[in-house]
Design a protein around this ligand. Structure first.
Ligand SMILES: Nc1ncnc2c1ncn2[C@@H]1O[C@H](COP(=O)(O)OP(=O)(O)OP(=O)(O)O)[C@@H](O)[C@H]1O
Length: 249
């Protein structure tokens, strides 16, 4: 599948964009009063984009992706993914919706230590009942093969290297074939060679039409992204296309 360009940042939130944020604010109550972590975020991300969220520590990067995934709800404003109004789903609806639509990848992998790698990859399918029971292990093995670690399928996470665990986490994120992958510092715990291979894998997924949104502190990864969104004090300060015209409005 070829990449598509990002749409205008002014559509209604129910247009062609895959992810659409409209006037999103997020306030946290703190002992010293209300703190605004996100300020009037308006953003559109389309199919096949590989987007970096960058900015200083505390600028709101994790809060932004938590609002996109529905892990956190906005204080005001609207979050749409395809035609779903994420901001209006209840917790139970959110869990199932997220399981089917968003693969989440963390810096520290968060594989369940007592389950094998294949069982970890099967978990999202078990939770959302997206594939028949008899097909789930076969699909897990297919995904582990895709990320290059199928021979580790029956080992426990502790028996794998950091890079292999992150590949397992990526396979798990793909279990329900979601259109979106969201990753918070996924290479923060990897050496540079493993980082490059993980980044190339994300790049390939974006080429296939998945949308990848990734928080990163690592400046030398910019070659991989189709767009960089920079946050400062909770606001978007730049949203720049990086190459091939992808990301141009
Ligand atoms: N639950 C919370 N309660 C109060 N303040 C919070 C909460 N979560 C985040 N914040 C504050 O919101 C701001 C943005 O936090 P966030 O974690 O999104 O930043 P970040 O850019 O991801 O930072 P880092 O790069 O250090 O991970 C920070 O000032 C943080 O202290």
């Amino acid at each position: 599948m070829t990449k598509k360009s990002v749409t205008s940042t002014t559509n209604s939130g129910t247009g062609d964009s895959l992810i659409s944020l409209r006037g999103v604010f997020k306030n946290y109550d703190t002992p010293s009063g209300s703190f605004t972590a996100l300020k009037d975020i308006n953003l559109d991300v389309n199919y096949g984009e590989f987007v970096a969220i960058v900015g200083k520590s505390g600028s709101g990067k994790s809060t932004l992706i938590n609002v996109i995934t529905g892990i956190d709800s906005p204080t005001s404003g609207e979050v749409y993914v395809k035609s779903t109004a994420v901001h209006s789903l209840n917790q139970e609806q959110l869990a199932v919706w997220r399981g089917k639509n968003i693969g989440v990848i963390f810096q520290f992998f968060q594989l369940l230590p007592t389950l094998t790698i294949a069982e970890n990859v099967m978990l999202p399918m078990d939770f959302c009942k997206t594939y028949p029971v008899r097909e789930r292990r076969e699909r897990a093995l297919y995904l582990l093969d895709k990320v290059g670690i199928v021979e580790q399928a029956d080992k426990l996470p502790a028996d794998l290297s950091g890079g292999q665990q992150q590949r397992a986490a990526i396979a798990r994120s793909l279990a329900n074939d979601p259109p979106i992958l969201v990753a918070d510092e996924p290479t923060g715990n990897l050496d540079s060679q493993t980082t490059d291979s993980v980044m190339r894998f994300f790049e390939d997924l974006a080429q296939e039409g998945k949308t990848v949104v990734m928080v990163t502190h690592e400046r030398d990864l910019s070659q991989y992204f189709t767009r960089t969104i920079m946050l400062s004090d909770g606001a978007v300060v730049t949203s720049s296309p990086l190459r091939d015209g992808v990301g141009l409005g």
